[in-house]
Design a protein around this ligand. Structure first.
Ligand SMILES: *[C@@H]1O[C@H](CO)[C@@H](O)[C@H](O)[C@H]1NC(C)=O
Ligand SMILES: *[C@@H]1O[C@H](CO)[C@@H](O)[C@H](O)[C@H]1NC(C)=O
Ligand SMILES: *[C@@H]1O[C@H](CO)[C@@H](O)[C@H](O)[C@H]1NC(C)=O
Ligand SMILES: *[C@@H]1O[C@H](CO)[C@@H](O)[C@H](O)[C@H]1NC(C)=O
Ligand SMILES: *[C@@H]1O[C@H](CO)[C@@H](O)[C@H](O)[C@H]1NC(C)=O
Ligand SMILES: *[C@@H]1O[C@H](CO)[C@@H](O)[C@H](O)[C@H]1NC(C)=O
Length: 561
């Protein structure tokens, strides 16, 4: 793995950029959103309960992982922002593996262990990684909003590459039903006997997909064994849904504790490679970013999974509820370079086309035959970087193109050797999750995405949903071409950088399409408007980008993606 020191060197070069630290506004809390005005730093007071919205800047490791500072038991450390999973885990100071780190590790000083351990396994048998440690509770929070007694995994043994990408763990923003910790804790409560190590909790033969959760233990407790999926009256006991409030993921506990103006968060992700800039990196909590109106977004409901589809069985006191599992929404159609792509032949046409919206995934993944069709149109694996391509998802009747700058990745160190697509294939839907596409960071850099939980315990009362606002500028193709010519003048290398997760929000001096705050000025050729010091000086990437790509694949192998 000779690529790692190279990438790590690049990371360190950018992380020590002192200008970055001074560029950060230390706005800790109080509903401050972008565009920002400067205010004095204020200490977060985790006990005060008057804050119901907040914002925090997002760190970016070469567009491969995005992270935010999360408070856990007295420290604040960057954790990967992951809408594709629902657990909070952080590498402990007691970590015994290769855990040398530039970011703070969890000291465990106020950790209250449950006596249970969790073993999180990612990847397949050949490329697998693991993270293991005790489950316990501690205070935890984000952007000055905190809760006591948050369950988390204190990782003491791992061989994931997370630390090398500047993150100390994972901040899962998904629903309780897919949380490994929630499942293990409620299982222990129901059985009155805590399991120790839960085997291959997240094991999956295909490392590209998060494994589908099993709720068999819930139906077993009401002594029902046979033909579960044919039985239309599967129920769980009321204490199962009620346990969301205590055992649920951090963000859903902020919601349950009525800490937020609205049970939602929104992301805009910056672009730190190809053409640095784009939207400002920001996690908005409890409301949309300032200046953005809810009705300017296209809102679509999440897919709910019935018990027959393997979903969470409803409680006997709310038997008609059907719960979401993941941030998954219907996709009407997919277009590539103006032509509608045929539906995949690899899954049943009766499965509604849908996509997982996943901040923890650095690629876009789709059905193998559809991805192959796109490569056929491209004329092969490698294509001319300067020709803008248009992959567009139709969602809620609106077009959501992927910015052509987010579609490409240089095939080698020199852009004149061509580009590859930020696109890979994944297994067809069917047994388990029903989504065909997993839209990761390339898609999320091209939109403002709002994730609204609705009513977590009674989704029928307020359905969970995602709102999207496209932020792709009209001249995005021309901007790709400028970035490619700039790279040619630069020995063929695109620019790339990394941002540390700030303790406040970034300063945005301009807004782009839809009024969304921008990381750098628009257009990129004017230096006067480019007053924002948000982006550290561009680091030329001397890293052979195919290696960078391989590194991404390794990081992807963690499958928190
Ligand atoms: C990580 O550990 C697992 C055992 O849990 C092992 O099978 C795997 O090969 C290791 N992966 C790496 C990348 O070292
Ligand atoms: C430990 O990890 C660091 C980077 O995180 C790496 O540079 C070093 O080579 C690793 N050491 C061993 C023994 O694997
Ligand atoms: C379905 O499950 C319930 C328990 O949840 C059981 O009482 C009922 O008999 C089952 N129905 C069938 C048709 O198996
Ligand atoms: C991208 O494709 C969509 C769907 O075909 C089309 O409506 C849109 O105009 C295209 N955008 C550009 C910039 O070509
Ligand atoms: C969710 O719906 C239930 C049932 O209507 C209601 O009792 C509860 O207050 C709702 N929760 C929130 C946070 O509004
Ligand atoms: C910047 O580009 C725009 C078009 O993209 C052009 O109209 C303008 O003149 C350029 N400004 C400078 C200073 O080159």
């Amino acid at each position: 793995m000779t690529i790692r020191p190279l990438v790590l060197g690049l990371l360190l070069a950018s992380l020590t950029e002192p200008a970055l630290a001074t560029a950060i506004e230390h706005v800790r809390r109080g509903g401050i959103h972008l565009p920002l005005f400067r205010t004095e730093a204020r200490q977060a007071d985790v006990r005060k309960r008057d804050t119901n919205s907040a914002g925090i800047g997002v760190g970016d490791f070469l567009d491969v992982t995005y992270n935010v500072l999360v408070q856990v038991g007295g420290i604040e450390t960057p954790l990967v922002l992951d809408t594709g999973s629902a657990d909070l885990w952080v590498i402990s100071k007691a970590c015994t593996g290769n855990c040398s780190s530039t970011v703070p590790l969890y000291p465990q000083t106020t950790f209250q262990s449950t006596g249970q351990n969790v073993q999180l396994l990612y990847g397949d048998s050949r490329t697998g990684t693991h993270a293991a440690g005790p489950i316990g509770k501690d205070s935890a929070g984000v952007a000055g909003l905190a809760v006591a007694d948050q369950y988390l995994a204190s990782i003491i043994d791992t061989n994931t590459t997370l630390l090398e990408t500047g993150s100390a763990g994972i901040f899962g923003l998904g629903f309780p039903a897919i949380s490994v910790l929630w499942r293990q804790l409620i299982q222990a409560q129901l059985n009155e006997e805590p399991p120790t190590i839960s085997g291959r909790a997240l094991a999956d033969v295909d490392f590209r997909r998060t494994p589908f959760p099993s709720f068999d233990f819930l139906t077993k407790t009401i002594s029902f064994e046979h033909h579960k999926r044919q039985n239309t009256s599967l129920r769980s006991s009321p204490e199962v849904i009620a346990s969301f409030d205590t055992y649920g993921p951090l963000f859903t506990r902020l919601v349950a504790d009525h800490r937020l103006a609205e049970p939602m968060f929104a992301t805009t992700l910056q672009r730190d490679s190809i053409d640095i800039g784009g939207n400002v990196g920001q996690l908005s909590i409890g409301e949309l970013p300032a200046g953005i109106k809810s009705d300017s977004l296209t809102w679509v409901p999440l897919r709910a999974y019935t018990p027959q589809e393997g979903g969470l069985p409803p409680s006997s006191d709310a038997p008609h509820e059907v719960y979401p599992l993941v941030w998954e929404i219907a996709v009407d159609d997919v277009y590539f370079d103006g032509a509608k792509l045929a539906r995949s032949q690899l899954s049943s046409p009766s499965i509604t086309l849908s996509a997982l919206i996943d901040t923890g995934n650095s690629l876009m993944r789709g059905p193998q035959d559809v991805v192959a069709q796109i490569y056929t149109t491209l004329g092969g694996e490698t294509f001319d970087c300067a020709l803008p391509h248009n992959l567009t998802f139709v969602i809620g009747g609106k077009l959501f193109p992927v910015d052509p700058r987010d579609f490409v990745l240089p095939a080698l160190s020199d852009t004149r050797d061509g580009c590859v697509a930020n696109l890979a294939s994944t297994d067809p839907p069917g047994a388990g999750f029903l989504y065909s596409w997993s839209l990761g960071d390339p898609f999320l850099k091209s939109v403002l995405a709002a994730f609204h939980y609705g009513n977590l315990t009674h989704p029928s009362q307020d359905p969970p949903r995602i709102g999207l606002l496209s932020t792709v500028p009209a001249d995005s193709g021309a901007r790709l071409q400028s970035a490619v010519s700039a790279a040619a003048d630069n020995g063929g290398a695109f620019t790339a950088t990394s941002h540390l997760a700030p303790s406040g929000t970034f300063v945005a001096s301009t807004t782009g399409v839809g009024g969304v705050p921008q990381a750098t000025a628009v257009p990129a050729n004017t230096t006067t408007a480019d007053a924002t010091p948000v982006v550290s000086s561009a680091v030329r990437t001397p890293v052979p980008v195919v290696l960078l790509w391989a590194f991404c694949a390794l990081v992807l192998g963690l499958s928190y993606l």
